[in-house]
Design a binder for this molecule. Structure first.
Ligand code: FES
Length: 491
């Protein structure tokens, strides 16, 4: 019997990105049934779908493997209480289905009996005889043992291991795995959630539960009123999903204008030399004061030392908003950048306080469903890295391509990351270009794009010096790309 699942769940079951299925829906290759995917249709499209591809077996094996011990079990599985609650809900559903089936069965048997009596009363009536034959055959077919679909079994197992959350009114979806709270899970899925402290004191992550159950996993100080409690309001940072399916009502940020300015004192966690003239600066915010930002945005970093002039410089954040405590920046040696000079001089080191002011900038993902093409020049890779990681979290683009031009001797100082992405994700490709002249390198990138992508309808995100942006934008426009599909950031 066919089973209906959401696109999000269907992608999990057959082990492909959600964006790939969405593209197939747009192309007409995958037909939806009331917004849902039938497991029969899914199996026809992915006849090779196996339990292994869903990652489910791996997860079960990891949980069973004692070598991973208690820590892995705790990370992979929800708490015992949450598991028990989800199993209870599943059992209730199963009991309901069983009850319905028994009633239908009794009804059909009663009808069969009546039809037989009518046949006995009217032996010459072909209509009654036909009806009796059809009822008997139909009943035999319905009672014949039919093997259970693999996707249905996988879907039931996934319902216990991970919960699915639907957000109203946006319709966004995300999953809750292990013991993570609703806020962390939503951020990991790339949602622009409203929140502040992350520890239950500000109340900014308050949402209303429309359906399903939540479980409190952390104490909180924020005083929810009795009215709010009775209306189903909970704090996302202190609750997890207790039922397999949950619907929440909340407001999400629509763009940079919805993200408030913040002033945070962070601490240097690491300074890593990536190349002679490029370092990776890792800042960590206090646990109770994280930076809420959108991928692609920048912040003003400041360093103060008594007796020395304050230094401030704006840099794009190179990390994903899903990890709002650990902020990464690529900083190049530059005599006209006072903060970079202090960093390369060794004044800013592990444990140093650095202020973070922001975020600023509107170089963020537009939210379309086209394939995404990213082009960076030198440290322009920073906002591009953040955008790519965010796009991976969203899982909505059918494919992602990166073109990275290096004009400095430091070259592609973080190319290992590109290799790791391409090894881990089928839908990601990249090309590294080296040329000391920006315009020539940008032209080479345009040629590479022309060979691969110009006949596809894509969104283009460009980050680098003005010459890089202008050259590449002109080439894209000349090739017929609409201006609305080109997004640019000049560091
Ligand atoms: S983010 Fe402050 S209470 Fe949840």
């Amino acid at each position: 019997m066919s089973h209906l699942v959401t696109i999000w769940r269907a992608a999990q079951l057959v082990g492909v990105a959600r964006g790939v299925l969405q593209q197939q829906v747009r192309d007409g290759a995958l037909l939806l049934n009331d917004g849902m995917v039938s497991t029969d249709v899914l199996l026809k499209l992915y006849p090779g779908a196996k339990l292994e591809e869903s990652g489910l077996l791996e997860r079960v094996a990891q949980i069973r493997d004692e070598a991973f011990g208690r820590r892995v079990r705790e990370r992979m599985l929800p708490s015992q209480e949450v598991l028990a609650q989800r199993l209870f809900v599943q059992s209730q559903e199963l009991a309901d289905v069983r009850r319905h089936l028994e009633r239908y069965h009794a009804l059909v048997i009663a009808l069969q009996k009546s039809v037989r009596e009518s046949v006995a009363t009217h032996p010459g009536d072909a209509g009654w005889r036909n009806l009796e034959q059809r009822v008997t055959q139909g009943l035999a077919q319905a009672l014949a043992t039919e093997s259970v679909g693999l996707l249905e079994v996988m879907d039931d197992m996934l319902k216990v291991m991970t919960a699915q959350v639907t957000v109203r009114p946006s319709g966004h979806e995300f999953s809750v795995e292990g013991r993570t709270n609703l806020l962390q899970s939503g951020l990991h899925a790339g949602l622009k959630l409203n929140y502040g402290c992350g520890n239950g004191s500000c109340g900014m992550c308050k949402v209303r539960v429309i359906s399903g159950e939540v479980a409190k996993i952390q104490q909180f100080d924020y005083p929810l009123s009795e009215t709010e409690k009775s209306q189903g309001y909970v704090l996302m940072c202190c609750h997890t999903a207790a039922s397999s399916e949950l619907t929440l009502e909340m407001l999400e940020a629509t763009g940079p204008k919805d993200i408030p300015a913040q002033h945070i004192t962070s601490r240097v966690r690491a300074v890593t030399t990536l190349a002679p003239d490029t370092v990776l600066l890792h800042l960590q915010t206090p646990r109770t004061h994280r930076l809420r930002f959108l991928a692609g945005q920048s912040v003003l970093l400041g360093w103060t030392m008594p007796g020395r002039p304050d230094v401030h410089t704006t840099y794009p954040v190179a990390s994903c908003p899903c990890d709002d405590r650990n902020l990464l920046f690529f900083i190049a040696r530059n005599e006209s950048d006072a903060l970079a000079c202090r960093l390369f001089a060794g004044d800013i080191k592990i444990g140093t306080d650095v202020t973070v002011l922001g975020p600023t900038g509107d170089f963020v993902l537009s939210g379309g469903h086209r394939p995404l093409v990213f082009a960076a020049c030198d440290e322009g890779f920073a906002p591009i890295k953040s955008l790519i990681e965010h796009a991976f979290s969203l899982d909505a683009a059918p494919s992602l391509s990166l073109f990275w031009l290096a004009t400095r001797d430091d070259g592609h100082f973080y190319s290992n990351q590109c290799r790791a992405w391409s090894q881990a994700l089928d839908q990601f490709e990249y090309e590294l270009v080296t040329h000391s002249e920006v315009a020539v390198g940008a032209h080479q990138i345009a040629l590479a794009m022309r060979a691969d992508l110009f006949d596809i309808d894509c969104d283009f995100y460009l980050a680098g010096p003005p010459e890089f942006i202008h050259t590449l934008s002109d080439e894209l426009r000349a090739a017929g790309v609409a201006a609305a599909q080109i997004f640019a950031q000049v560091p």
